[in-house]
Design a protein around this ligand. Structure first.
Ligand SMILES: [Zn+2]
Length: 540
């Protein structure tokens, strides 16, 4: 594919290889393999053998070979200090040397039993969750599930040997000579993975989801938009819209898991998802910075821009995804038939625990009060989301962010937030930090989606929907099947792993009652109290 670049982009483009999207889709099918080796040379090491200093020997087992020329790969340089110790340099974001955080690379040609110390020596940040027990992730060809390296093997300190930089050192023992080992800052989530995921959803031909491309990135990658809603809603005169964006910061991979959790839930057959689709139009731009994601950047686009500082005046040539998304939002804001109720931008945080939100400050007390309702509700639904960690501000430094810019230019009813989730862990009720897994990030996404049920006070409709479904089932099959139906519903419940400790389904004649809220959780919303009372009184 040929790509035309303006003068300003040429320099950046010349160092990069640009892949064809369809080719990437094909390649992405292979990404399920333990190590994804699509070539993306952007100053990363490419099958680089770190010979011991002064060594004249030929390549032999134990001379580690480092590689990061693949999608979202990042490792810029390796210095072999001794047979046991290597200094590793994060490759700075393209065209912006200020950001050096994300790493993702493979190591092979290892000796069984070989013990090494890797020092990552050029982080651009000083504060880090490594101080709180975070550790790098590892997987290998024969063990393709990501695991955290034990925190006791990880050290974060100011190093006199490295210009007093903060260095993260970790000890690791290789055990299988034939394995390729991969180390990463956090769970990778590549552009190809997203494209494959969207393709799989498209193949289902569901009438309540539409996937379209709103523009192309500078490197001609898709900026996708998903619209999830019951088809009849699009014909209705009045529409309620909830809008999500993610991955404006390419290294913040947890935001993609949260985003996928939202999508998984909304396209599912879960009764709550059905009710949500019946009442709300969900629109999602899952990857605002695909070039940065492919390149293995932490924060910037191809040209070194932090795209989350350009919402005020996005440029068509440098920030096309921000321009297209903002235009879409502004058009909806002008449309009298659309209530654009929410804009939520998904991020990950490198120094804080939990999920939490940044919101805006409004002078009018009522508006400010309304603005805190959704985060409070989410806090009651998700054990890893903290309302107390959430903050509402109008810092000058954040003026160009989506949350701040849209918060000031959309109409009064629109609530604009940044949702952050820790790169590492959350404090659950037990007050022991729980490291996030991929599943835990997906679960937060599901809780983000289902909280709109509480916000829009749609809880009672879920019971009706269940009643309706079971009655239909009853008509179609004999009574013996009802228990199967109940089991099916319970299966869906446990599959989605909702954060509801008590789900009571009783099939007694034609009545189905459902308790949606954990009775132990203090109610935070008047509607919840009323609904709970209603559910309780309607039971038996
Ligand atoms: Zn961010």
């Amino acid at each position: 594919m040929s790509n035309e670049y303006s003068d300003c982009e040429e320099q950046a483009a010349s160092i990069l290889s640009i892949n064809v999207s369809s080719q990437q889709c094909e390649e992405s099918k292979q990404s399920a393999a333990a190590v994804n080796l699509e070539e993306e040379p952007v100053g990363n090491v490419s099958k680089f053998v770190a010979y011991p200093q002064g060594s004249k020997e030929k390549l032999r087992k134990g001379y580690l070979m480092f590689h990061a020329c693949f999608q979202s790969g990042n490792l810029g340089r390796v210095d072999c200090i001794s047979d046991f110790e290597y200094d590793l340099f994060v490759r700075p974001d393209t065209c912006n040397p200020r950001y050096r955080v994300w790493f993702n690379f493979t190591v092979q040609n290892v000796h069984a039993g070989q013990k090494v110390i890797f020092n990552i020596v050029n982080f651009s940040k000083t504060k880090s969750l490594y101080r709180d027990g975070m550790s790098p992730l590892v997987k290998s060809t024969s063990r393709p599930k990501w695991q955290r390296i034990p925190a006791k093997n990880v050290f974060y300190y100011r190093s006199p040997d490295h210009h007093k930089n903060y260095v993260m050192s970790f000890a690791f023992a290789f055990d299988k000579e034939s394995d390729v080992y991969q180390f990463s800052y956090c769970y990778p989530y590549t552009y190809n993975r997203l494209q494959t995921y969207l393709h799989e959803i498209e193949k289902k031909n569901l009438d309540y989801i539409k996937i379209e491309r709103i523009c192309l990135s500078v490197q001609q990658r898709n900026i996708d938009l998903l619209t999830i809603t019951s088809p009849k809603n699009l014909l209705d005169t009045k529409k309620r819209v909830v809008f999500f964006t993610a991955r404006v910061h390419p290294g913040e991979t947890p935001s993609s898991y949260v985003c996928q959790g939202i999508i998984d839930f909304l396209v599912s057959s879960h009764p709550i998802a059905q009710v949500l689709r019946d009442h709300i139009v969900f629109m999602i731009v899952p990857m605002l910075n695909p070039d940065g994601v492919v390149l293995g950047n932490y924060r910037c686009s191809l040209m070194g821009f932090d795209l989350n500082r350009f919402w005020q005046e996005p440029s068509p040539w440098a920030h096309p995804s921000i321009l297209a998304t903002k235009q879409l939002l502004m058009d909806m804001n002008e449309d009298a038939d659309i209530d654009l109720d929410f804009y939520i931008d998904l991020h990950a945080h490198s120094t804080a625990m939990n999920g939490f939100m940044y919101g805006n400050i409004y002078d009018e007390e009522d508006r400010f009060e309304d603005h805190s309702v959704y985060p409070r509700l989410l806090c009651s639904n998700a054990e890893d989301f903290s309302f107390t960690s959430s903050s509402f501000n109008k810092d000058a430094i954040k003026a160009g962010t989506g949350r701040r810019t849209l918060g000031s230019c959309l109409s009064e009813q629109s609530n604009c937030y940044t949702l952050e989730v820790s790169f590492f862990s959350y404090l659950s009720n037990t007050s022991t930090p729980q490291p996030y897994t991929e599943d835990a990030y997906l679960k937060l996404g599901r809780n983000v989606a289902r909280t709109f049920l509480d916000y829009y006070k749609l809880n009672a409709l879920v019971a009706q929907r269940l009643n309706f479904d079971i009655l239909n089932y009853e008509r179609m099959y004999d009574n013996r099947k009802i228990s199967d139906s109940k089991q099916n519903i319970e299966k869906v419940e446990s599959k989605t792993n909702r954060n509801v400790k008590k789900n009571s389904y009783t099939v007694a004649k034609k009545n189905v009652s459902i308790e949606l809220c954990d009775a132990a959780t203090p109610p935070v919303h008047k509607s919840q109290v009323l609904l709970r009372m209603k559910h309780r009184t309607s039971k038996n």
